[in-house]
Write a protein that binds this ligand. Structure first.
Ligand code: FES
Length: 113
């Protein structure tokens, strides 16, 4: 190993619910960079990298369960990771989000999108 800790299937604290307003995002750096979004009363987590080119989805716009890539505007479904249309063709990996006792946690997955 190169000193990096494998955090697959690890539940990691992200924030208190009240720390994220509707449309906010927090980036968590684990094995990979993960963006945790609040959309209304729901929370979603995806890999923070567009599957088209180098862009952070955390810089995108969140609405109606989707995030729009800031570079070429493909929209990704935050539940499934699937893009709505080109130029992105591959889904982004999603991660389970757990809300418990007023706190938001993300559990990392190794599953390919
Ligand atoms: S980099 Fe995201 S759509 Fe092109």
């Amino acid at each position: 190993m190169n000193g990096a800790q494998d955090t697959t299937n690890t539940e990691v604290f992200v924030a208190r619910v009240e720390d994220l307003d509707d449309g906010d995002v927090i980036v968590v750096q684990l094995d990979t960079r993960i963006a945790v979004f609040r959309d209304g009363d729901e929370f979603f987590a995806v890999d923070d990298r567009c599957t088209h080119q180098e862009a952070y989805l955390s810089d995108g716009f969140v609405e109606d369960g989707t995030v729009e890539c800031p570079l070429h505007a493909s929209c990704f479904d935050l539940r499934t990771g699937r893009p709505s249309g080109p130029p992105a063709l591959q889904p982004v990996r999603t991660h389970p989000v757990i809300v418990r006792d007023g706190s938001v946690f993300v559990r990392t997955t190794a599953e390919a999108p």
